[in-house]
Design a protein around this ligand. Sequence first.
Ligand code: 6PG
Length: 248
Amino acid sequence: MTAARVVVSADHEAASREAAEEFVRHVGPPSRQKVVRVVLSGGKTPTRLFQLLTEPYWRDRVDWRRVRFFWSDERPVPPTHPESNFRLAWELLLGPLGLGDEHVCRMRGEANDLDAAAREYEDAIAREFGIVAGITVPQFDLVLLGLGADGHTASLFPHTAALAETKRWVVANVIPQLGVTRLTLTYPVLNAARCVVFLATGEDKAAAVARVFDPYTRVDDAPARGVCPVSGELVWFLDRAAASQLSR
Ligand code: 6PG
């Protein structure tokens, strides 16, 4: 596992503030890069992070005109659905920042054919990066991920087919545990990122965090353990509750 930088904060608010600082560190500074490409996680944990990024202290340190947003995964629902990962980010981050469609590359979770939607998203990523799918792997500047209590991240759930994917960037992953299929980025894309940031807080994530950091845990049993950036940074922002079962 790539040597991770682990930052343990007192509570969810403090961990979210640390993650907001890391976001600005990677996305904020003016650079020769015309476009900065960020992958947002789903779930509810990033709610406070998104709200913080719209507050002047953080908002005004990023040139949002350069930022384009992608998603790590999406549920099989329309973008207006309460469960939609896109909807949460749109309501709490993109909308308040006034960022329109030109900043967004949305996964079409509502598609009837999710395999086709996965390939469509791969093509959109390839166009965005000006590369050919299957030849080079896109290098996102920042990937934000969450952690499920079962050790999943994105929609890479324990013992599901997507864990074994080594070529495709996006797949429609059948998740028997949930009885659904979800679109998800795969390890090749996640591990090509310049920086991967996990944000996990709360007592309910403590066992999963401990398993992810346990060298004897198999990736199949805790898929977040399979996120090991090839050359990028790996940072975990935890609160004390989520870190409570971590040994030294
Ligand atoms: C999703 C996410 C998933 C999420 C974890 C944590 O679509 O559910 O992408 O990987 O990050 O399940 O979810 P919470 O933040 O809601 O605990």
